[in-house]
Ligand binder design. Sequence first.
Ligand code: 5GP
Length: 210
Amino acid sequence: MKLDDRGLLVVISGPSGVGKGTVRSALFNMTGHDLVYSVSMTTRAPREGEVDGVDYYFVTREEFEQRIRENKFLEYAEFVGNYYGTPLDKVEEQLALGKEVVLEIEVQGALQVREKMKDALFIFIAPPSIEDLYQRLINRGTEPIETINERIAKAKREIKLAYLYDYIVVNDDVDNAADKILAIIRATHAKTERTIHNYNKLMGVKDNGL
Ligand code: 5GP
């Protein structure tokens, strides 16, 4: 008998440029877990090699806004001129099946989920330092220096929100960070508040109502 047989929503978030996407890939490349990735919907154009329905569901602004009106998102946010959102139906479906569902989203969206899903697990991916974040954005070479400075300013505001998360994982090494996330997920399943009812049942002990 599994002591915790309920689904678990895992929100991986953190400032832009911290390497959330890379950590998420490393996590999904690891073996020995049964995590389900929640594919987001976006209005941004696909990048080379990205596949519709795998990396994102690519839709038009009109389609996205229609879905907002129909309350079809668990959360959504506008990020650098494009919409990004988590389709609610898929998340609900997987959680009902007892799965561990992983969202990799920016901070505004994560805070919306925090309000709605009290049982979810929130992990903040932090840069080792502001200098490191700056260097990563420079190395990416995709943006002019003014944009990089704006992103750093935004990242500093987001870093201040780390206290709203359950765990902070510093991305000093991608595999190390992915390893820690898996350990946190496993530890969460063992929490008393998630296991006590089944444990009492198994032991034939009267439930004390926790
Ligand atoms: P990119 O365009 O580089 O794929 O993603 C830009 C940002 O959007 C990243 O920080 C990524 O984590 C975030 N993002 C991806 N999907 C979602 C989503 O469904 N909701 C929110 N709020 N952010 C998302």
